[in-house]
Structures are given as C-alpha cells and as structure tokens.
Design a protein around this ligand. Structure first.
Ligand SMILES: C[S@@+](CC[C@H](N)C(=O)[O-])C[C@H]1O[C@@H](n2cnc3c(N)ncnc32)[C@H](O)[C@@H]1O
Length: 570
C-alpha cells in the first residue's frame, strides 16, 4: 500500500513536471536499517561518508538526505548501499519529492473542503487562501506573475550570481589537499568578496506573454468533475488530480489556448472517459501543442488505448482527423482546427504522466513536423525533438553563445571544431556553423538527430556532422582525435550530464573551452564542480575555471532561467 502511494506521488510529481510548472524536485534518499537512538554514532558514520546534513529522529530506523541532483543522490546511494554499520546492512531508496510539497509539509495546512462540494465556477478554494482557481493556477505555473518584469529579471540574475558564488564555496574543501591542487584552484581565493568570474548583465526576454511555443496540457476533470484540458492542479499531497483550464495562463499563447478549448469540446462529447490518474483508467490523457512563430502548429493527442478495441481505435482516429483537419469542430474560437499543420496520436498505457518519448506515435495528418525560424535559419522540429520554447529569447542566448565560442585569444574560430553536446534538432551548431571549421553534434533522441541532419541541409550547411546516442558513449568521436582546437557547448537537461561526460571533457586536452547552458544551475552544480575540481585519478586533465556568466530569461513569470557559464582551462 505504502509503495503504491509512493509510486502515485512520484508519478504525480513526474506528470506535473512534464505538464505545467517545470517544477523543482528535492532529490531525497532514504537510508534504511539504521539503529534507533545512537545519534552521535549515526552522525559520525554519515559524516565519514561525506554526509553532513540529514534528517533522522532518534526513534527512526531511517534517515533522509536531500541532494541537488538525481546524479548526486544516486552516487550517495551507491556509496551507502550494502554498507555494514552496527551489524546492520544499510539499504537506500530514491524518494524524490516536489520542492513545493516538501515546503508545504513544514507549514500548517488550512483545512480544505471536500472536492465534490466545490461549485462549478471559479470561487475561492477556501476562506483562508481566498483565491480563485485561476489565481491558484497562476501561482503554480507562473509564480512571479505579480512581480514587475524588470524585478523578475533582477531576481533571477541574483540567483545566478549566488550559484556562481556557490561553486566557489563548494570547491573550497577540495582545495585543501596539496600545494599542486591548491594552485589549480588559485582563482577561488582571488577577490573573495566578488563573484569568482565576470557576471554580465542579465538578458531579458523580448516576449514576456504567450511566449511558450510548446505547451503540454493534461486531460482530466476539473474540481467540479467536468472533463477539462489544462494544467494539473498539483496538490497530489491531498490526492487531488484536478485539471484547471489555462485561459488565464499568461505564458500560453492564444492559439494554444484555443486548441486546448477545442480539444476540451471534443472530449466532453466523446464516448470515452478522460484518464483517471489515481485509478489509471480512461482514455484521454494529454495534449501537446507546438505553435511556432512561422505559424506552424502541431497537435499531439495522447490516449490510453487498452480500453479500446482495434475497431474503436480506428474509428476514433478517423473521427479525430475529421474534427481537427476537416473543420468538423464547432469551435467558435476562430476555428483552431484550420491552423493545424500536423496531427499526431500517441498511444501510452504506462503509469507515468506527460508526453512520453517511449509512447507509440502515429501521424494522423500532415507530415509530423513543424518549422521554426531562429537567427535567419530555418529548423524542422519533430514531435520528440527538444526545441527551446521561447524563440525570441533563445535568439538572444544564441548570439551571446556564438560570441563566447568565437572569442579566444589562442584559437582561430575557423580552425576550431564546435562540439554541440545534447544538440537536439541542431539549433546551436547550425546557427554557428559558418563561424567554425566544423560542427559535431551528439544527441540521444534519434528523431532529433534526423531533424538536425535535415536542418543542416535545409540551411546549406555542409560542415556539420551528427551522431545519435548518449554523449557519454559518443564523445570519443571527437576526443580521440588529435591536434584539434575544440570548443564544447554543453546544453543538457535540467539535471545535467553523467559524470563520465565531464571526465571525458576534462581529459580531452583539445577542448579549450566549455560553454555550459543550464536551466537549473542548482542541479547542474555537480557538473560545474566536476569541471573545476583539482586533478585526481578520477578527474584527470587540467581543470576548468569559470570566466564569464550570464542569466538569460527564457521563462518569464516562472522561477526559471538559463544560466550560461563560460569555462576555460585553469
Ligand atoms: C536542454 S535540451 C537542449 C537541446 C538543444 N541544445 C537545443 O538548444 O535545442 C537537452 C537535450 O539533451 C538531450 N539529452 C539528454 N541526455 C542526453 C545524453 N545523455 N546524451 C545525449 N543527449 C542527451 C535531450 O534529448 C535534449 O534534446
């Protein structure tokens, strides 16, 4: 029972991450089989394994440790799992939790009314929080919406500076080893009152409303039980899996709101029920809309098919095409269906929520692609390929990135290879290819690599080469080469990259510079530390040091931003 609740919470967390808030996760590890009481001994034992902060009540046989990234959590699990302490064999469990829920747990909770007693409009949820559903949703998906935009940017800049300072702080204990290692970290002792590298003025987003070119909506029931397309309300702690409609969401473009509404009308008159995230029954699960600045729109509908016969599924597909592409929808919202370039169906019967890369996708109409324009280059994007969601702010980021990649006293750009790690559909390398000798891109989603190859050709680029696979497995393609000058741009997912990538980058002496683009510097901190820590058996090669950093606001009204750091050899 406990396990199923935990799985439910974890799935709910994952589902909500994928849909609405790009929410922060506390990467918790539960260490089990510890002795009760014996507090000083437990403290000494955990400290000796590098764990200085943890939570354990004297009567508990377990402790919780929080980490900033999944990777750090997993590394600690590897260290502690199976270790014998006080004649007990320890075991560990990864128990991630949404940061918001984590915080809420330490706050007194107002009593909530029964969900079924809530009326069908948008009234206050309870007397104590006195907020409409629209306000609650705004607090959840765009928590800074009431803060003037310049103040949002200033706040994110401050957080970026704090992360850069943190890097210095986290490296300090590693410097106290030997004179040689200390020398490699000399930069952390310079101007200790200042950030350890130049921090440029933050780059604000040119678009601050309706900027999201990709929206993932959940399909479910609103608090009154009405089938709805929108964002998960996100209070899984209470077992709530309600969906709130997005019409007031400031970051969602009008066209995507129209499409969500049109889909809502479809499911409300459908013979099949919406997906129930607790019982794991029902059919309609999620909707993804990619609405690009070129005017191209992709609609991907995710459904659970195990309740449908083959005949029913075929009929439903035909009905969807009729509705979306033959204008048989009654949408009075400016005929959202007419604007769709491609319609895709994804079958997903698994427990985890959100659009899944593993889901079976089928193109029902169009060619399965949309196009976007970035810095005078055109990009084809498939349903599975990552593409930055704020086009105008991404252009700003790419300009700065190109500038950093081509300024280096000892390297001539045209004799330099640009290593585009985690390249997605190729936007970084392709917009810079004309400045470089060649571009080598590595990406694990094969559809994205197909897009990158296609995009290079589409933009008449002949010096870009792409490899499908994990960076940790393919990076040797470039690092095994000799006598090359290489600049690496590393643009990984939120949690950063595998340590092996960092080790390979350090060991490849031809890589003179790394431009690290991180959408969650806290989680990527382990990677930054890996690049900068002194040379050891595990981390060979000359370490890097930060030279410049800048915050770029790709996500107005949310807590998120990109932090771009230029690392050069120390
Ligand atoms: C933040 S996106 C950046 C994509 C691209 N640079 C862009 O700007 O559009 C991160 C990308 O890393 C890819 N990725 C995640 N882990 C990877 C790995 N271990 N090896 C290669 N690619 C990976 C994801 O599929 C995704 O396309």
């Amino acid at each position: 029972m406990l396990n199923s609740i935990r799985t439910f919470l974890q799935n709910a967390i994952k589902g909500n991450m994928a849909t609405a808030t790009e929410e922060k996760i506390v990467h918790r590890v539960k260490v089990q089989n510890l002795p009760i009481k014996e507090t000083p001994q437990v403290k000494r034992f955990l400290n000796s394994h590098g764990i200085l902060k943890y939570k354990k009540a004297p009567q508990w046989t377990y402790a919780y440790i929080n980490f900033e990234s999944e990777q750090a959590a997993k590394e600690a699990m590897t260290t502690l799992n199976g270790v014998s302490f006080k004649k007990r064999i320890l075991s560990t469990e990864y128990t991630p939790i949404s940061e918001e829920i984590f915080r809420q747990r330490f706050r007194p909770q107002p009593k909530r009314p029964e969900v079924s007693s809530l009326p069908n409009t948008t009234p206050p949820l309870s007397a104590s929080d006195n907020k409409t559903f629209a306000e609650q949703l705004a607090d959840q998906v765009t928590p800074l919406y009431k803060v003037p935009y310049e103040d949002q940017v200033a706040k994110k800049h401050k957080l970026g500076v704090r992360q850069i300072r943190n890097l210095r702080k986290k490296l300090l204990p590693l410097a106290d080893l030997s004179e040689e290692r200390k020398a490699q970290l000399a930069w952390i002792y310079e101007n200790v009152e200042e950030p350890p590298c130049q921090v440029l003025d933050p780059i604000a987003s040119p678009d601050i409303e309706g900027y999201r070119t990709k929206c993932e909506f959940s399909i479910g029931k609103d608090p009154s039980g009405k089938p709805t397309v929108g964002f998960l309300q996100g209070l899984y702690r209470d077992g709530l899996t309600s969906v709130l409609e997005p019409s007031a969401s400031i970051h969602v473009p009008q066209i995507s709101k129209q499409i969500a509404k049109t889909m809502e009308q479809y499911i409300q008159s459908s013979d099949y029920p919406v997906y129930d995230r607790v019982l794991k029954t029902g059919v309609w699960r999620s909707l993804m809309v990619k609405a690009q600045h070129t005017g191209d729109v992709m609609v991907l509908i995710q459904l659970r098919t195990s309740e449908l016969s083959e005949d029913q599924l075929q009929k439903e597909k035909k009905k969807l095409v009729d509705y979306w592409c033959n204008n048989n929808n009654n949408s009075n919202d400016d005929d959202a269906g007419r604007k769709i370039k491609t319609l895709i169906l994804q079958q997903w019967d698994g427990d985890s929520n959100g659009i899944r890369d593993q889901g079976k996708t089928e193109i029902l109409a169009g060619d399965g692609y949309v196009y976007e324009q970035l810095l005078d280059h055109r990009f084809r994007i498939s349903s599975k390929a990552f593409f930055q969601v704020n086009t105008k702010a991404t252009e700003q980021m790419l300009r700065t990135c190109a500038d950093w990649c081509t300024t280096n006293e000892n390297m001539q750009p045209r004799k330099t290879t640009l290593l585009d790690l985690c390249c997605g559909a190729g936007s970084i390398g392709i917009t810079m290819a004309h400045l470089m000798d060649r571009v080598v891109g590595i990406e694990m989603i094969s559809e994205a690599i197909d897009d990158a190859r296609f995009n290079a050709e589409l933009n008449n680029i002949t010096n870009a080469h792409y490899y499908a696979g994990k960076v940790e497995e393919k990076i040797h393609v470039v690092t095994n080469e000799q006598n090359e000058n290489v600049v690496a741009v590393l643009d990984p997912p939120r949690s950063g990259v595998h340590n092996n990538v960092i080790r390979a980058v350090r060991e490849a002496s031809q890589i003179k510079k790394v431009v690290f683009i991180s959408c969650d510097a806290k989680q990527a901190m382990q990677n930054f530390i890996g690049l900068c820590r002194p040379t050891s058996n595990r981390y060979q090669g000359i370490p890097f040091k930060p030279q410049r950093a800048v915050t770029i606001d790709l996500f107005p009204h949310t807590d998120h931003a990109e932090l771009m750091i230029e690392f050069v050899r120390a």
